[in-house]
Design a protein around this ligand. Structure first.
Ligand code: NAD
Length: 474
C-alpha cells in the first residue's frame, strides 16, 4: 500500500520519481484568497523528459496482460479510498467546494477506477467465406496528454487516467494551474502502484498546455475545459493529427412542464442549477418553466434558495462554496452587472459582498429576453435565468437554439411526454425527472460545440485505442 504525506512539498511525477521545478506557481484558497501552497511550474525540458519516460514505458505496459492493468486500477482505487479524507480536505482547500461534496468526488473516483477495471477490450471476428478470417482488435495509441479543468479536478483526471491506462497507454496528466495539488498527490500516491513512466503528472502555468498539445510525442489529447480552449487544442492537434477527445462547455436547459409537483421538484432543480456553485459543465443554466406555473415555481425556488448556506467549504454546514478563481469571479460579476444594466429584474441575489473570498450569492433572474447574455452565455457561476414558455414546440426550439449541446433535463408527471421532448433535444445527455445521474457504464459527451467524442463506458474506453484488423487466409 502506497503511503503519502499531505504535509510535505508538492512534487510532480516524472518516470516514477518525485520532481521539483526551478519555478513555482502559487495556489490560492478561493475562500480566503491566501496562498495555500506552491506547485512546480514545469519547464519544457521536464515536459520532454516526461514524454520520453512515458514513451519508454509504453511498450511493456501495452504488452502486459490486460489482467495486470485491471489489477493496477483496483490497487489505485484502494489507495485512493485509504486516503479519501485527506484528498477530500485538500480538494476543498484548493477548489473551495463543501467538504461533503469533496468526499463524494473522491468516492466517485474510487468507484470509477473499480468500474473501469472491469472492462475488457472486445475482439471482433469475421469469416468472409472466401478463405479469409479477419480479427479486429483495439490497440493502445501511445502517450496520452490528459488536461483537466478546475471545477472537478479529481473526477475529470480519473475519467481519463482509468480508461487510458487500462487500454495500455501511458500518460502525462496536467491539472489546471488553479487546482494542481490533488492531481500532484494522486501522482505521488500511484507512483508505487504503477511501473515508472506509465503515469506522469506535470503542473505548470499557461505555457504547459500548449507544450503538450503541440508535441509530436503525444498520440492523443484527452481534454476537458471551455469550448474556446477546446478550439485551440484542436488547432494544435492538427499539426500531427493527434487524436482528441474534447469535453467542453454547456448551456443546459431544464424544461419544467405545467403538470409537475412544484414542491417536490424544486430542490432537485435548485441543486441541478447551483451544485458546486454552478461551476459544473452540466449545470442547468437556463430554466424554462411553463407560464401557467411560472410565478408559483419562482416563489418556491427563491424560498428554497434562501435556506441554502454559502460559506467556506471546510465549515461543516456549508452547502455552496466560493467561485474557484479571480478570473471566473470577475466573469460572473460582469454577467450580473450586464443583467442589471439592461434592466433585468432580480428574483434573488445580485449583490456581491465585500470581503475575502470569491463569494457570489445565488442569483436568479426573472425572465430575461432570449438574447440576454445570461441566457446565451455559459455563466459557470451561480446566476440562473428563469424563463417562461407557452408551448412545447416553442420551448424545444429555444432550448436547441444554442451553440452548445451538452445536457438537459425534462420534468413532468407524464414520463412519456417528457421522453418525447427529450428525444427532440440536441444534446448528449437528457435526464427525465432527475438530474446529474452519471455512470462509468454510460457514455457521456457533447453535441455541437460541447465536445468531440465521449468519456465513460466501453465507447469511452475505445477512444483510447486504434483499431487494427488482421487478416489470415485459411
Ligand atoms: P479552460 O479551458 O480555461 O482550461 C482547461 C484546461 O486547459 C486547464 O488545465 C488549462 O490550463 C488548460 N489550457 C488552457 N489553455 C490551453 C491551451 N491553449 N492548450 C492546452 N491546454 C490549455 O477551462 P476551465 O476554466 O478550467 O474549466 C471550465 C470550463 O470547462 C467550462 O466551460 C466547463 O463547461 C468546461 N467543462 C466541461 C466538462 C465536460 O465534461 N464537458 C466538464 C467540466 C468542465
Amino acid at each position: 500500500m502506497s503511503n503519502i504525506d499531505f504535509d510535505v512539498d508538492y512534487t510532480m511525477t516524472i518516470d516514477g520519481m518525485g520532481v521539483k521545478a526551478d519555478e513555482r506557481i502559487d495556489v490560492l484558497d478561493p475562500s480566503t484568497e491566501q496562498c495555500l501552497a506552491q506547485a512546480p511550474d514545469a519547464s519544457l525540458a521536464q515536459v520532454n523528459q516526461a514524454i520520453v519516460a512515458a514513451r519508454r514505458a509504453f511498450g511493456a505496459w501495452r504488452d502486459a496482460p490486460h489482467t495486470q492493468r485491471q489489477q493496477a486500477l483496483h490497487a489505485m482505487a484502494q489507495g485512493l479510498a485509504t486516503h479519501q479524507d485527506a484528498f477530500a480536505r485538500l480538494l476543498t482547500s484548493e477548489q473551495g467546494k463543501p467538504l461533503a461534496d469533496a468526499r463524494a468526488e473522491v468516492g466517485r473516483c474510487v468507484q470509477w477506477l473499480h468500474a473501469f477495471a472491469g472492462l475488457a477490450l472486445p475482439v471482433e471476428q469475421f469469416d468472409d467465406g472466401a478463405g479469409h478470417r479477419y480479427e479486429t482488435r483495439h490497440v493502445p495509441l501511445g502517450v496520452v496528454a490528459a488536461i483537466a479543468p478546475w471545477n472537478f479536478p479529481l473526477t475529470l483526471a480519473v475519467w481519463k487516467v482509468a480508461p487510458a491506462l487500462l487500454a495500455g497507454n501511458t500518460m502525462i496528466l496536467k491539472p489546471s494551474p488553479f487546482t494542481p495539488l490533488t492531481a500532484l498527490k494522486l501522482g505521488e500516491l500511484f507512483r508505487d502502484l504503477l511501473p515508472a513512466g506509465v503515469l506522469n503528472v506535470l503542473s505548470g502555468s499557461d505555457r504547459l498546455g500548449p507544450w503538450l498539445t503541440e508535441h509530436p510525442g503525444i498520440a492523443k489529447i484527452a481534454f476537458t475545459g471551455s469550448s474556446a480552449t477546446g478550439r485551440r487544442v484542436m488547432q494544435s492537434a492538427s499539426a500531427h493529427l493527434t487524436r482528441v477527445t474534447l469535453e467542453l462547455g454547456g448551456n443546459d436547459a431544464a424544461i419544467v412542464l405545467p403538470d409537475v409537483d412544484i414542491d417536490a421538484c424544486v430542490p432537485a432543480l435548485f441543486w441541478g442549477a447551483f451544485r458546486n456553485s454552478s461551476q459544473f459543465c452540466l449545470a442547468s443554466k437556463r430554466m424554462y418553466v411553463h407560464e401557467s406555473i411560472y410565478e408559483r415555481f419562482a416563489q418556491a425556488l427563491v424560498a428554497y434558495a434562501r435556506t441554502v448556506k454559502m460559506g467556506r467549504g471546510a465549515e461543516p454546514d456549508t452547502q455552496l462554496g466560493p467561485i474557484q478563481n479571480r478570473l471566473q469571479f470577475d466573469r460572473v460579476r460582469d454577467l450580473i452587472e450586464d443583467a442589471r444594466r439592461t434592466g433585468v429584474r432580480f428574483l434573488l441575489g445580485g449583490d456581491i459582498p465585500e470581503g475575502q473570498g470569491y463569494f457570489i450569492p445565488v442569483t436568479i433572474l426573472d425572465n430575461p429576453p432570449d438574447n440576454a447574455r445570461s441566457v446565451l452565455e455559459e455563466a459557470f457561476g451561480p446566476v440562473l435565468p428563469l424563463l417562461s414558455y407557452r408551448d412545447v414546440d416553442e420551448v424545444v426550439r429555444r432550448a436547441n437554439d444554442s451553440e452548445y449541446g451538452l445536457g438537459a433535463s425534462v420534468w413532468s408527471r407524464d414520463v412519456e411526454a417528457a421522453r418525447a421532448i427529450a428525444s427532440r433535444l440536441e444534446c448528449g445527455t437528457v435526464w427525465v425527472n432527475h438530474i446529474h445521474a452519471l455512470s462509468p457504464h454510460v457514455a457521456f459527451g457533447g453535441h455541437k460545440q460541447s465536445g468531440v467524442g465521449v468519456e465513460n463506458s466501453l465507447l469511452g474506453l475505445l477512444e483510447y485505442t486504434n483499431t487494427q484488423s488482421i487478416s489470415i487466409p485459411y
